[in-house]
Write a protein that binds this ligand. Structure first.
Ligand code: ADP
Ligand code: MG
Ligand code: MG
Length: 324
């Protein structure tokens, strides 16, 4: 018959980029779906291998090793992400900074050496986060300060999602999603024409439910929260998003920031930056960005939403209330 076949749903997951990665596609056949997903995961692995600080011989690892000494030839993709990082530093008034490696290493959140550093240690590390010290020439990167460490942890995951989406589309995928531990991109709509519905996670520690449902078609949704990675010392909780102005985990009333955008990389960088900005400044900042929306959640379970998506989102846990 000439009747087109129903698309088949194919899904796979992998532990990748330090998180739980999940890809679901609708494909012309199971074989094609599997092939597309395999290629997408391979691309994500490539991003991890080039941009992770902890992977030996990654571009970023080599840049850090050569800091203060030499320029390092890196992949064009690495240049692209570093240049994007510099752009986000500019547009966020320095809240987003890919040179926080010295502070991130000092706090060691999630690592065996995690501890609350002294103010003297923090002030010393903060001397080595100046974005002007990155030099990019041709395909080479040089950190001019030998105590400086680059860390793309606030942006590379979003970039990896965008790359995976490109690979899936090159394989003919017109419907599906990529989810890298909360950095999600919805490709097209579901085969029946309805949007994908993506949940925003309850930011309260220990809770695992979705509290908001967001319809999504060809768009990215990325969440940064203080509940994701942290340690507790003397009854205080220290999380993994650092305010470059203080050198400490950002202390504002927010517990999570969700960004909707066309590109996962924008969402990743901006969710981190808006978390640092805090409620009022963060909300005003996103309202002023073309094509970007946000959902900001406070400690008091208040939900603030930008005007672009206010009538689209649906609260499904009524402990949380829209406040603006
Ligand atoms: P997640 O990794 O949980 O998705 P984020 O996208 O917010 O969370 O990224 C947090 C990571 O980004 C940290 O683990 C660290 O590597 C890095 N980072 C922390 N603070 C900042 C900041 N102010 N600017 C840029 N990167 C940051
Ligand atoms: Mg981020
Ligand atoms: Mg992230």
């Amino acid at each position: 018959s000439t009747e087109p076949k129903e698309p088949v749903q194919v899904e796979d997951d992998q532990s990748i980029l330090g998180t739980f990665g999940q890809i679901r596609v609708f494909a012309a056949s199971e074989k094609k779906g599997i092939k597309a997903i395999e290629a997408a995961f391979k691309r994500i692995q490539y991003v991890e291998d080039t941009m992770s600080t902890s992977v030996n011989d990654s571009d970023v690892h080599q840049i850090n090793q050569a800091a203060g000494e030499a320029s390092v030839k890196v992949a064009p993709e690495t240049i692209k992400v570093i240049e994007a990082g510099i752009k986000y530093h500019q547009i966020t008034g320095g809240r987003f900074n890919i040179l926080l490696g010295s502070l991130i290493e000092l706090w060691g959140i999630g690592k065996p050496h995690q501890k609350v550093p002294t103010d003297v240690e923090i002030d010393e590390a903060r001397k080595h986060i100046d974005i002007q010290q990155i030099e990019i020439t041709n395909n080479k990167v040089h950190l001019k300060d030998s105590d400086m460490l680059m860390d793309l942890g606030g942006i590379a995951k979003g970039y990896a999602v965008d790359e995976a989406v490109k690979v899936l589309k090159d394989h003919g995928v017109k419907s599906g999603f990529v989810n890298m531990g909360g950095d999600v991109y919805a490709i097209g709509s579901k085969p029946d024409g309805s949007p994908w519905y993506i949940g925003v996670q309850n930011p309260i520690i220990g809770a695992n439910n979705s509290i908001i449902r967001v319809p999504l078609v060809d768009r990215s949704i990325v969440t940064s929260g203080d509940y994701e990675r942290y340690f507790v010392e003397n009854g205080e909780r220290y999380h993994h998003i650092i305010d470059p102005a203080t050198g400490k985990p950002s202390r504002k009333q927010l517990v999570s920031v969700t960004i909707l955008s066309d590109k996962g990389m924008d969402g990743d960088a901006l969710s981190t930056a808006v978390f640092v900005m805090g409620l009022e400044e963060g909300l005003a900042f996103i309202e002023a960005q073309e094509g970007i929306d946000a959902i900001l959640i406070t400690k008091d379970k208040e939900v603030y939403v930008t005007t672009g998506i206010k009538d689209q989102i649906e609260i499904i846990d009524n402990q949380f209330k829209i406040a603006n």
